[in-house]
Structure formats: C-alpha cells, structure tokens
Design a protein around this ligand. Sequence first.
Ligand code: DAH
Length: 429
Amino acid sequence: MKISTTATLSILALATTCQSWSTPHTTAFKTRSSSVVSRSTALFSAVEESAAATYADPSRYLSDHPNNNVPPHIAALVGKGLHTKPDHPIGIIRKKIQEYFASLPQDYIIYDAEDPIVTTQQCFDALRINPDHPGRSPSDTYYISDTTLLRTHTSAHQSEHLRSGADCFLCAGDVYRRDEIDSSHYPAFHQLEGVRLFPEDEMKGADGLKGEEWTASPECKAIGEDLKSTLEGLMDTLFGETEKRWSEDYFPFTTPSYELEIMYQGEWLEVLGCGVVHEEVLDMADRGDRRGWAFGLGLERLCMILFEIPDIRLFWTEDERFHSQFKAGSITKFNSYSKYPPVYKDIAFWIPEGFVENDFFEMARGIAGDIVERMELIDEFTNPKKGKTSKCYRITYRSMDRSLTNEEVDALQDELRDSAGEDLGVEVR
Ligand code: DAH
C-alpha cells in the first residue's frame, strides 16, 4: 500500500515544532577527541565507518549514576552510523548536501564521527542555553551523568570545532531527545550542522561592535544575506526550484535567527533553523575576533519528504524490503510494502502530581520496543471532588515484520500497567 503524499505531509507538519530549540519555553522541543573525517572529495571513508562503530557499545551509555536515564533500547541505537551508509536514505541525503557545499568557493571541513556523548558545557553552556531551559531537563534529554549526555543537537560540536580553528565546516550525526511516539517522532534522529566564519578583512567595518550596534551593521546584514542565499541554493539543489519563505526565529546561540520553510506539494514545511552566530558563542570558543553564520537541519525530515517515507521508524529497520529500494546517489520514491495489522489497547489512570508524559512513553518503549507505533491521549478529565486528573492513552502496537497475537500484546500491556503503577505512581483505573 502506498501512503498518499498529502497524508505524509500532514504528518510531517506535526514534526516540526517538537524537535526544535527555537522557543525558550517549549517543553518538547547534543570524550574522545573529535576527528576531521574527510574533505569533500572522500565523502564516506573507511575511517568514518569504524569510528561510528566504536560508539555501538551500549555499556558506554548505561551507567549506574543516579541521574542516568538512558534506557537499554536507546543505548542499543547509538553508533548505527546511518548517516555514514552510502545506500541509506540518511546517508544519500547527507552526501547530496555535502556535494552542494563542495561546489561553493569555500572549503568546508566535514566532521561526522564525533562522540555522541557530550558534556552539558558542549551541548548547552557553550551555546548560551541556560540551566533552566526546558530542553536541558531530564524529561527531554538523556543524561549519562550530571554533566554528560547523549547530544540533543549537532550544534553541540560547534564550539569545539571553532576552537580548533575551523572556519567553514559541516557536522552530521545522530542526536537523541526524549519525545512522544508517532510516525514522525523517534527519540533518535539525525542532524546536519553548518558553520561559516567570514574572512576578517570583509568584517573590518564592524570591528569592536557588540549587541544592537553589531546586528544593525552592514556586515551583520551581509552575513545574513549570504546565509539565506546559501541555504536557498541548497534547497533548490535538493527540491528543484521551489517557493521559500523566511521568518524570524529565536535560538540562544544566534542573533538574528531565522527559520526557512519551503512550499512542497501545496504545504509550507519548516526545513531548518539558522542565524548569525552570537558574539558570545564565538567569544567562548576563543574566536571573538571573527563573525559568521550557522544552521542546523533534520535529515529524517528531508528524507521523509524527498523519498516519501511515511514512518520515521523505517529508517532504523533492517528489513531488506526497505534497504533494497535505495542506491547511493539517487533519490527515489519509497514503495510501502504491506503492513501487518495493528492491535489497539487503551490504558487509563489517575496521574500523580508531577507526572511526566515522556516517562510513560519511554516505559512503553522499554517494555514493547519498536512495536509501539503510536501513543495517543484520547481522554482526559478532572474529578473536582477528588481533585484528581485521569488520562486515557490509546496505544497502537504493530510490528513491521510480522503479525502480532492478541495474547502477546495483552502480556505487554499488563506489564506496562504494572510498571506504570509501581514506578510512575499512577493509579491504574
Ligand atoms: N540546534 C537547533 C535545533 O536542534 C538547530 C539550529 C538552529 C542549529 C540554528 C544552528 C542554528 O546552528 O544556527 O533545533
């Protein structure tokens, strides 16, 4: 069965807001030394593959630190290196993006074998993401210890590369965020980050300018213009000449900040966030003498649009019916293979104070794994006498590889009921 494009696109429209750092108040919203893996000519080297493989060791992510909240099913995803696989849609799109940047006059260094474990300093502080930002909370982020975590965005590597002296670079990798479960949200996905610092002589006129004086300067405006035209060129390369729209956005690490949407088959789709790198971010990386831009985009999202892949979990499947459809260098439409039937189960409970929905979603995944296709809140009410709130979730269980029996799903659902009661303090109804 082929899922219609409109259905795919409306699913994608949902995907944008949650996996973003754009607003400071969103609730749902990235060591070993990193290595320069390749220059633009050698896009997938053996070095990369082996570097990624050393990260495929779940014991690195599961510690007995009291703040470790990485479940085994997430630890098992790390190090798969999908972005380094030439015939995987994520690898195909990464390579297309790298080729575009290789066609520009600047020499972009390619990084993509950095350790997915980063520090709070790299992921947040170096980017002006304050300790009270909701994206830092353990309800949104996988912590290994107090100060180490699975990167939530590839921006986590910006400052180390800047500090090492890189002026223009791209950095791709797998990122991790605790999130809801549906066809466009998965707790692991891939991003590609780009940074360009400008030659000092082009920025002379803005020497010493800070804050609003800097953002009002012709130099800052010129950086914004270059950023926009570079990214518009990238979109035209990926999508063909397409209608685009820019709007102001907010990121703690850029000012001004923008988001880019493209018109794709009748709908506006947000494809990336970007901006002029904040002077404090450059200062903290000891590059305060330079100015430049940065952007970050989600690779799954681009692939879902371009290859018409309807479900984000498919990127992680080992099913040959998926992989046999894709070849290095070509963007081809995915033909859905037959789906096995779903099994639906509802669970209702009174929630305790401080109930964190993501804990419940994660618990279901921990118990049933990827056969949890979707978890949807279908009913919620407060009993004024008891002063308690009840929530009812519908869980769709479906395997990509086989038919599920009602008995096996019942057993999983029973385990979930028990664990939710014991560990989350809910009162199952
Ligand atoms: N890190 C942002 C995110 O995950 C994306 C992003 C926005 C990256 C703006 C950037 C940037 O480098 O300048 O939502």
